[in-house]
Write a protein of this length. Structure first.
Length: 258
């Protein structure tokens, strides 16, 4: 049994067997001009962080552009560069400078047979399951506690928060029709006005993180609720911790899909 995924912007097709991880089967499209031409120059904020093997060689550029330009704008941003580096490191092993591009190009899936092209829109079902989505009337909802995302009384995301959100961003890039609600909540400490403002800023920070990972902003509804919708008592530290949260809902989606 197979599933077929398409990305219209680049005309790429991925056919992946459902019984094995996509990365294990991936063989990337490296044939598209003009990226494979010697004089072509990559552009974008992510270019300086690309491995030299990808940035400075025609084969490397042909690996990057058709497969990792996720938004199809002809430029490589930092997230796209990170994705390209990570996957090239996986397939090339410890000696990237000795990677055999010719042998890679002759492997299974090139020139007939089943072609499997992994793109940055491929999402990880196991990682999505680990979020622990629950079914709500609005859709599939996950809860992210304050201590996962923010320091106390701050709307600045912790460094590890981005990694926590990355699998969800990949899912959203691969499912462009899904609408998302982001709702911020606080405990009852502080004034109503302060808590309302903090909840709004935190919800907006999570939305901005997705935007930075090339998830289209227009699909988001972002609302802060302050202290108005507690899920636990505000008379204990444990209860207040549960109330300080951001909820992300995939509107109209089933939690059991994951």
């Amino acid at each position: 049994m197979t599933r077929t995924f398409t990305r219209a912007a680049l005309g790429l097709v991925m056919i992946a067997a459902t019984t094995a991880p996509a990365f294990a089967q991936a063989r990337y499209d490296m044939s598209n001009p003009p990226w494979s031409r010697p004089g072509y120059r990559l552009e974008g904020a992510g270019v300086p962080i690309l491995f030299p093997e990808l940035r400075n060689t025609p084969r490397g550029r042909a690996f990057v552009m058709p497969n990792f330009d996720a938004n199809g704008d002809g430029r490589i941003n930092r997230q796209e560069a990170d994705d390209a580096n990570r996957e090239f490191a996986r397939i090339a092993g410890p000696r990237r400078d000795r990677f055999d591009w010719d042998a890679y190009g002759r492997g299974p899936g090139r020139g007939g047979g089943t072609t499997v092209v992994e793109t940055t829109t491929t999402w990880d079902r196991g990682a999505m399951r680990n979020y622990g989505f629950r079914q709500t009337p609005r859709g599939a909802t996950l809860t992210l506690q304050e201590d996962v995302l923010f320091r106390t009384d701050s709307d600045v995301l912790r460094p590890g928060a981005i990694e926590k959100l990355r699998p969800l961003a990949r899912y959203l890039r691969g499912n462009p029709g899904v609408r998302v609600a982001i709702d911020g909540f606080t405990d009852s400490r502080g004034t109503d006005a302060h808590n309302q403002d903090l909840s709004e800023r935190r919800a907006a920070s999570v939305r901005q993180a997705f935007d930075d990972m090339d998830v289209v902003r227009a699909r988001f509804s972002v609302v802060g609720h302050g202290e108005s919708q507690p899920v636990a008592t505000n008379t204990t530290a444990a209860g207040m911790r549960l109330n300080r949260r951001v909820e992300v809902t995939l509107l109209g989606q089933r939690a059991d899909r994951f």
